[in-house]
Design a protein around this ligand. Sequence first.
Ligand code: AMP
Ligand code: GLY
Length: 443
Amino acid sequence: MSIYSTSSKSFNRLENILIIGNGGRENALAWAIQKNELVKKVYLIPGNAGSERIHKCERIRIDVDNKNELVEKLDSLKINLTIIGPEIPLANGLADFLRQKGFKVFGPGKDGAKLEYSKSWAKEFMQDANIPTANFWKVKSFEEAKKIIHSSTYPLVVKADGLASGKGVFIPDSKDECLKAAELILNGKFGNSGKVVVLEEKIQGPEVSVFALCDGEKYILLPTAQDHKRLNEKDKGPNTGGMGAYSPAPLLTEDYLNRIIKEIIEPTIDGLNKKNIDYKGVIYFGLMITESGPKVIEYNCRFGDPECQTIMPLMDQNFVFLLEKCSMGNLTGDEKINTFDKVSGCVIATSKGYPQEYKTGFPIKIGKIDSSDCQIFDSGTSFSKEGELLTDGGRVLSIVCQDKDFDMVFEKAYKNLKEINFDGIYYRNDIGHQVRKNFSKKF
Ligand code: AMP
Ligand code: GLY
């Protein structure tokens, strides 16, 4: 059955969509959703300075933590579907709250978001469901951590259990560094998020991101993607939220993806069902392809950023139907996604100093952009009093292009990047190096 065959009655109720979040990810979702002609308006709370450049989009400036005001807004705007982008409101139970008030929501409840907001819970969940992942130990004191670190026969990775804005993972080079990281976390560097530490066997291999849209029982996969987490070229430097991505990931052949479905994706969804978790949202599987097979590095309860900016332009106008079906629990699981036979790539322009300290408020100048199959999704921007576009984050802009092959994609993306300027602009020139045939010649 195709997504076109769902009764048109439900589709008429997709006039007003609300997206919660303020990043490149939310702008990319809005861009893909507005393509559908049934959608009249896409509201973003709070969005950013790039949101209203997107057709049909409008920003709403209210505080999502003010629940009464939020409900009044959803009522007065006649919102038909709410999509919650970031992990923090999901972990705080915003999806549960809105569902209780009778709204349709794409995004898991607090129980499902635990896949992301407690790494130890996720590891135990995987252990119970026999899902391949690195060996681990959960510790609550430095004494316990010391014992494990001293007796470990292989290198370890040290992680704060809870949410830490992508900063809670340490990849030490020695036992000493391992001890220091564990001590730092347990001493309160990340507040309550570091009350528990997960020590994990360090595993090796390329990383891929797989996204499953779930309706509680059934799921469909989005095109796969590869992120570039390290700040600098040749995958060097500190970890970041992501410096660029491409989709699909050719590393995952159809057979290998089927293996991932059998060993990881289906057991995850079955495992959630066994725990009576009605997961209506996206599960982001952060995987490492090791010599002994695919392993889960992490789960997230949200779309990846910049993977989302990369994948959304591959979606056709039916994408919003998929989100709606997930929110209502009526996916068939056989829905087909038409990706127009194109591939997509994204390069992130960041502020100098990111992921550590950086300054904001620099004017952004955008010259002549080749806009055929190219998008600029603002990640961290704001307006000056005079209406000038300014930098307002570590990751500032996502430059995304699509074409028949990755060489053409990145040629366009880097050509466009030359037209963009702000004080301290920094980006990697080697995004997609794995898939660019001309790469060595150009680099
Ligand atoms: P996480 O926030 O758990 O995804 O970790 C951030 C990054 O740290 C991952 O994308 C990996 O590059 C790396 N990482 C996390 N866990 C491990 C592990 N067990 N072995 C090797 N690298 C890891
Ligand atoms: N791109 C990695 C993340 O969104 O966590």
